[in-house]
Structure formats: structure tokens, C-alpha cells
Design a protein around this ligand. Structure first.
Ligand code: SAJ
Length: 431
């Protein structure tokens, strides 16, 4: 096994291509985006991920990694394209289907074909295998078809690609073994071999586990808002129990994984998947909850200046996909009462549809600073500058990341601690 063709050079496909090239494979990365292909061939990338620019540059310079608009013959094919959702939240596997179709002319008997994209249960059996069957292959005999879900955490991708355990689910036991071999040269974590459908379900449950737990934390934050309790303290104390691990409340759940994957289970078993659906609803309600609190915090000002800090779906990345922060910004901008400034040192103007401000521009005469992402920059806010520049130094920390507390003229509210707001107001909003 020498050559690997990777379809999709996004957040998963690109680092995978670079790490596989670094391990000695000849890698061709394929993407429909001409700019991505052109840049990669120069050793450059457009996504932000710790350590990735260096690994890519080295891989391209070594001649082991190159990009192309078209697939080519290889020993193994890895499909790493997005699976977005339709309006009704059902999975859109169109990109996986078209990726499989584009490689069909280049696949030969004995090749390994792996889907890393997240897919609903039974997609390998019911959608991908038939594409090869129609092309004249017997997918069980002629090919080694497998689902090997990516499980890396943005911000830690290069480490987790190598160190995490990998689940490899084959259409047949032989396919699982062959596909596992592809990863053995790169991965130091355990390789866990199973059937395709079990791999599909395991991946979805990992993210669903996290989504449901975050929903519980968000519900706790709302309950504490009504009862006048500090949810962050409750979490800290409860987590001292050896079998309790409450998650963190926040402005909502974003990204292309947690906010999407649980629906792939709901789609297949809507009657049974009650808690999963409800968790999605609770997490989806958080942007409105945050906007309601912003309205309360500025209720006494005629035209409040609100500075919104952080647009990405989590800290220290540049990814604004499915970001609850974007939803919150749009809702606040829609409200004509507010003078809005938006600041995010990790986001470029062309990524968003509203103007971005520098830190200084954003805080100048602001009545409220709202933290929506836990970037390192916001964990070390210059309180002196805030006190000097803001018209009224009030912070609403929806990520509980600033470490700031009320005092010395500064007022700090947190997503799970709204005791600084009048209790009767809290009741009014939460009813
Ligand atoms: N979040 C909270 N509270 C928490 C933890 C997270 O509100 O206690 C929010 C984050 O702010 C963010 C969202 O959840 O908006 C998702 O962030 P994340 O860090 O939990 O996960 P992702 O979406 O970046 O990556 C997840 C990971 N899955 C798990 O941790 C089970 C990653 O390993 C997967 O590879 C990735 O999904 C994926 O691609 O499926």
C-alpha cells in the first residue's frame, strides 16, 4: 500500500492528507475548490489549525503531498467531504454520493475505499455499496469498503489524528482489516475493528453524548437563573463526586458535528430518540436566552452600545460554521434599539456579512461587552482598558472564561450566574 487519494481537502481531509504524507504515503488530495488546490500545491492553506501550516508545507516540499481537481488511481481512497443537513434536519449525503461516483472510474479490484465523513446508520450498506455495485463491482468481494469516522477535535487535530483510537467498520470483516492497515502506519492509538453500521452508530453517539450533556448544563444554567443560584459553582462542586461530570453551559452548541450529528439518529428512529431531540431543542434555544439577557442588562438605556466579542463556534479557532454566536449577533443587529460592534481577532471580514471592529473600536463608549467565544485573547481581557473606555463597564461572559468578577466598578454577569440582575426580572424573562 503506497498511494492514497483523499477526496475533500477541508478541516478533516487536509490534515489527514498531510499526516499520511508525513508517514510516507504518496498522497493526492482532491478538491472541487480551485483556490484550495492551487494554494496547496504551493504549500499553503486557508484554514486555521494549530501546527497545520508547517506540516503541510513540509509534506508538499517533500513531494509526498500534492493536490488535484480530479481523482487518480491509488491503492486506497478516503472520502472526507461534508455531510450537511437539509432544512428538516435530515442528513444530506449528496457530497458523499458524488465523491464515491467521481472515484468509481479510478477504483480497481482489491482497492480500499474508506468513508470518513459522518453518515447516518446504514449509509455504507444502503447508499455507498450500491454505487459500486451499479458500476459492476461486487462491493463485498472486489473491494474493501469501510467507514472510519473521524473523531478529532478542532484545535487539536494533528495530535488527535495520530493518538486517538480509531473505529474501523467494514462492509465485511476482510474490508475492516484491510482498511485498518491503512491507518496502522499513521495512528498510535488503538484501532478498533467492527462492522460498518456499528462504526456509524458509535460515531454519532459520541457526539450525541456530548450534546445531551451540554443540554443538561444549559438547562441547569436556566434553572439557576430563575432560582438565583450560581450554576458554575454548582458544577464545580457536583463534579467533585467521582462519577459526575457535568458539562459547561454556554451560548449554544455550534460546529458541524454536535449541532448536526444527533439529528442523524433522530432521522432513523424519531419515536425512540426523545432525549436526543429534546437536547437539540434546549441547545438551540440558547441564542434566544442570551439575547433576552442582553435586553435585560441594557433595559435602562435608550440606545445601548453593545460590543459582541467572539464569532466562532468555540475558542481559538476560525470556524464560524453553525456558530450560535453568529445567530446571536444577527439577532442583536436586527433589533434597532442597539448600536452594535462586533469583534473577533480570529475571523476575517469576508467570513461574515457584517462589519468587524478592532478591540479599541468595539469597547469605545460601550455599555455592555458580551463574550461569545472562549478565545485566549478574551481570557486575559485588559480590564483597565475596559474601565477607561466603556461608557458603563458591564461584561456578560457567556463562556465563563474571562475569570473576571464584579467589583471595583466592574459588573460581571455569567451565563450560569445572573444573580447580579434583579431576581424579579429573572423570573419575568424565564416564564
Ligand atoms: N460546548 C459547550 N459546553 C461544553 C463543551 C462544548 O457548550 O461543555 C460547545 C462548544 O462551545 C461548541 C460545541 O459545544 O459550540 C462543540 O464543541 P466541542 O469542543 O464539544 O466539539 P467539536 O464539535 O469541535 O468536535 C466534536 C468532538 N466530539 C467529541 O468530543 C465527542 C470531536 O472529537 C469530533 O471529531 C467532532 O465533534 C466531529 O467532527 O464529529
Amino acid at each position: 500500500m503506497q498511494k492514497i487519494c483523499i477526496i475533500g481537502l477541508g478541516y478533516i481531509g487536509l490534515p489527514t492528507a498531510a499526516v499520511f504524507a508525513r508517514a510516507g504515503y504518496e498522497v493526492v488530495g482532491v478538491d472541487v475548490n480551485e483556490q484550495v488546490v492551487e494554494l496547496l500545491n504551493k504549500g499553503e492553506i486557508i484554514i486555521e489549525e494549530t501546527g497545520l501550516p508547517e506540516v503541510v508545507k513540509e509534506a508538499v516540499e517533500s513531494g509526498k503531498l500534492r493536490a488535484s481537481l480530479k481523482p487518480e488511481a491509488a491503492d486506497a481512497f478516503i472520502i472526507a467531504v461534508p455531510t450537511p443537513v437539509h432544512e428538516d434536519h435530515t442528513a444530506n449525503v449528496d457530497y458523499v454520493v458524488s465523491a464515491a461516483q467521481t472515484i468509481v472510474p479510478f477504483v480497481k479490484k482489491g482497492d480500499v475505499v474508506i468513508v470518513e465523513s459522518t453518515i447516518p446508520p446504514r449509509t455504507i450498506d444502503d447508499v455507498v455499496a450500491p454505487i459500486f455495485r451499479e458500476a459492476g463491482f461486487d462491493p463485498e468481494q472486489d473491494l474493501h469498503l469501510a467507514h472510519c469516522p473521524e473523531r478529532v477535535l478542532p484545535g487539536r487535530i494533528l495530535i488527535e489524528l495520530v493518538e486517538n483510537a480509531r473505529i474501523v467498520g467494514g462492509l465485511t470483516p476482510a474490508a475492516a482489516e484491510k482498511a485498518a492497515d491503512v491507518y496502522r502506519r499513521v495512528v498510535t492509538g488503538d484501532i478498533l475493528v467492527t462492522e460498518a453500521v456499528t462504526a456509524e452508530m458509535s460515531k454519532l453517539m459520541e457526539n450525541t453524548f456530548r450534546d445531551v450533556n451540554i443540554a443538561l448544563a444549559n438547562e441547569l444554567a436556566k434553572i439557576c437563573g430563575v432560582l438565583g443560584v450560581d450554576a458554575h459553582k454548582v458544577i464545580e462542586l457536583a463534579n467533585r463526586h467521582p462519577r459526575v461530570n457535568l458539562h459547561q453551559p454556554g451560548p449554544g452548541v455550534g460546529g458541524h458535528c454536535l449541532a448536526v450529528d444527533p439529528y442523524f439518529i433522530v432521522e432513523k428512529a424519531p419515536v425512540q430518540a426523545q432525549m436526543i431531540q429534546m437536547s437539540r431543542d434546549i441547545n438551540n434555544s440558547m441564542p434566544d436566552y442570551v439575547v433576552d439577557q442582553i435586553i435585560r442588562m441594557t433595559g435602562d438605556i435608550e440606545r445601548p452600545s453593545v460590543a459582541l466579542f467572539g464569532l466562532t463556534y468555540k475558542g481559538n479557532i476560525d470556524d464560524v460554521r453553525e456558530s450560535p454566536a453568529i445567530e446571536i449577533v444577527e439577532k442583536v443587529i436586527e433589533n434597532p434599539r442597539f448600536d452594535v460592534r462586533v469583534h473577533d481577532p480570529h475571523v476575517r471580514n469576508e467570513q461574515v456579512s457584517f462589519p468587524l471592529a478592532s478591540f479599541d473600536q468595539a469597547v469605545e463608549e460601550a455599555d455592555l461587552v458580551v463574550i461569545l467565544a472562549d478565545h485566549n485573547e478574551f481570557k486575559a481581557l485588559d480590564t483597565h482598558a475596559l474601565m477607561q473606555k466603556m461608557a458603563r463597564p458591564v461584561i456578560f461572559d457567556t463562556k465563563n472564561c474571562t475569570g473576571l468578577t464584579s467589583g471595583g466598578g466592574l459588573t460581571v454577569h455569567k451565563i450560569g450566574d445572573l444573580r447580579g440582575l434583579a431576581r424579579n426580572e429573572a423570573n419575568a424573562v424565564n416564564k
